[in-house]
Write a new protein. Structure first.
Length: 251
């Protein structure tokens, strides 16, 4: 299977603080890869490098054959890469459904030029995306709160909503920042089922997560961040058995 993401000799520092050094990694289409490591080891920095929020000092990031190093975050998203954040970044004063509608790449309904279109065309356009949004909300178990403000639903539901926005964005590569951290048991199971379905749909996922039960269930490979380097493990069992991991992370 072809690589969807290839990281070549990547290095990044912030001032005198070296974060990543000469990192080489590959991710195949359809894989779920979990990033594990202590605070400050470079996991979020790698997310920021892939999505264009920061630039590397050295090396390259190739996504589907395109070098992302000098491309801005909006263009990277248009190419098929989306992400979530620890602080979720939902529009809390809009409804759950409105957050989904705003995540569609091809939803031009908010553009000024469309005010010149016939009302019948605008209505048909809106109905198309409204139907898609309802389908997504059903998939992510939020059909019962479509008209609630995003800021008023539970934290677990907000995390489901961020996944729904990623689905609406229709990206090939999803970067998920701690998808199950801090949530209740019911929403944990819902998020688990949503991400399993994303894998069945052929999506590729990079995720930062510390929940060992979740990581064991939903990891095709592990990237372990330690001392500016990243080591790849074929599965969670091999990761746990590694002596360096045990000394640096598990103790």
């Amino acid at each position: 299977m072809a690589n969807i993401l290839e990281i070549i000799k990547l290095s990044k520092s912030f001032g005198e603080n070296l974060v990543l050094q000469n990192v080489n990694l590959k991710l195949q289409k359809g894989e779920i890869c979990t990033l594990i490591g202590g605070n400050g080891t470079g996991k979020t920095t790698l997310f920021n490098l892939i999505t264009g929020f920061v630039r590397p000092e050295q090396g390259a990031i190739n996504y589907n054959g395109k070098v992302l190093n000098k491309i801005n975050p909006v263009r990277i998203n248009q190419l098929g890469v989306t992400r979530t954040f620890q602080d979720l970044r939902l529009i809390t004063n809009l409804t759950v459904k409105e957050n989904i509608l705003l995540s569609f790449k091809n939803n031009q309904g908010e553009k000024l030029v469309n005010s010149l279109l016939p009302q019948s065309v605008l209505k048909e356009h809106y109905q198309k995306f409204s139907t898609k949004a309802d389908e997504i909300l059903h998939k992510i178990h939020l059909a019962g709160v479509v008209d609630s403000l995003a800021g008023e639903i539970s934290y677990g539901q907000q995390k489901l909503l961020t996944l729904g926005c990623c689905i609406a964005n229709n990206a090939e590569l999803l970067l998920l920042d701690e998808p199950v951290a801090g949530i209740d048991k019911d929403n944990y199971q819902r998020i688990l089922s949503v991400i399993k379905q994303l894998k069945r749909d052929g999506k590729t996922i990079l995720q930062i997560e510390h929940n060992s039960e979740y990581n064991q269930t939903l990891s095709d490979k592990i990237w372990f961040f330690n001392k500016h380097r990243v080591t790849e493990f074929d599965d969670y069992k091999d990761f746990l058995a590694n002596k360096t991991v045990q000394e640096a992370y598990l103790n």
